[in-house]
Design a protein around this ligand. Sequence first.
Ligand code: ARG
Length: 465
Amino acid sequence: MKLWSGRFGKDTDALVDALNASIPFDQRLYKEDIQGSQAHAAMLAKQGIITKEDNEAIQKGLRQILLDIEKGEMEFKLDQEDIHMNIESRLTEQIGQAGKRLHTGRSRNDQVALDFRLFVRRHIPTVISQLLQLEKAICQKAAQHKNTVMPGYTHLQRAQPISFAQHLLAYGAMLKRDVTRLEDCLERLDECPLGSGALAGTTYPIDRHQTAQALGFAAPMENSLDGVSDRDYALELLSDLSILMMHLSRFSEEIILWCSWEFKFIELDDAYSTGSSIMPQKKNPDVAELVRGKTGRVYGSLITLLTVMKSLPLAYNKDMQEDKEPVFDALDTVEMCLPVFTAMIETMKVLPENMRRAAGHGFINATDCADYLTRKGLPFRDAYTLVGQLVAQCTAQNKTLEELTLPELQKASPLFEEDIYQSLNLENCMALRASYGGPAPAETSRQIENLEQFIAEHTPKEESK
Ligand code: ARG
């Protein structure tokens, strides 16, 4: 029998039960549901709304249900709809009358709002820790490649010389923002919806400050209608995860390019690559491709929830039951992708000679050549035009700039002297880019130090899971 069957003349149709029930997926909220009920019952007793004895029976019963669920000994029933009613009816089955008092002054609307918020709050530190592990891997690899020259690209055309460290540290900077975005989300969700009731609070003398504090929130939510209908924290989480996956998909795309024979800047470890069923020579970067591909489903989750919430009138509407699966799926996806992505980065073999060879072609020192002439007094715009002509000449002769002889260079401008070859040397070009944030080794060292400090400062205190 349904908990709410009182006003109904007959049972719901089986198809309605199937549509209506959320227990197949919201059973993942069991821990949060029990935690919330324990805080609620304790508050009811403290306020004299239920007796001390009833509270003790409820607490004991809930502890037992928690153990049963964790041992796989609780059968979830579809006709009990959701995790809230499954737990409540089991409690009443086990402890009798006291179980029926648990829901005093509470509704499933504030109950689910609380459970879901607690779930999001519990998972964010996990994602942050995983991000910081990836940051660590980036620091370690970057430290080994401060002097590894590679071409930096714009429009996927070779542009200017950078180091592999500098390239990796760009991802380090992106992921730092992902960490702080998730921290912001945690900070804003730090308000407790419990006690908002169905939508309009309650006539019982409940103490919302007490439950908020017991559940580790900074304060109760200010408005009961907002309390039951706010899902901003889930949307923020999904936005944060979408941006994070966008970063990982860009990184993945580069990994995929870098392992191609056209680049061959890196080689992935065998443990993080796969083969082909027909082409014996193939070693495919499936991990990076899957991370890139899974980005789509995380974006999908964000759009799903945004669309569910769009135009919903206040306060609770059953549409909102559709909030959980996208969040579960996005968290599962990110929590699966991050560790394997980190391991792929840790174990990849970097091939500096190939990077250096690629850097040697494509005139990535042309800007440096123009800067040389500018230092000797030519206005930059004129130097730019002159070097452009030299590049055209070199292209016609299939030469690099540094392969031009001094007389050839001096024919273009008398300002060229023997020291031009120092300025065209790629290692020098990279190392001289020492402006703040540039690829010079001193600058990448500074970035690595800051990133290490960031990791230490942002590691979540206790890793609850
Ligand atoms: N399973 C529901 C959900 O996830 C719980 C809240 C139901 N509230 C209601 N008034 N039917 O949203």
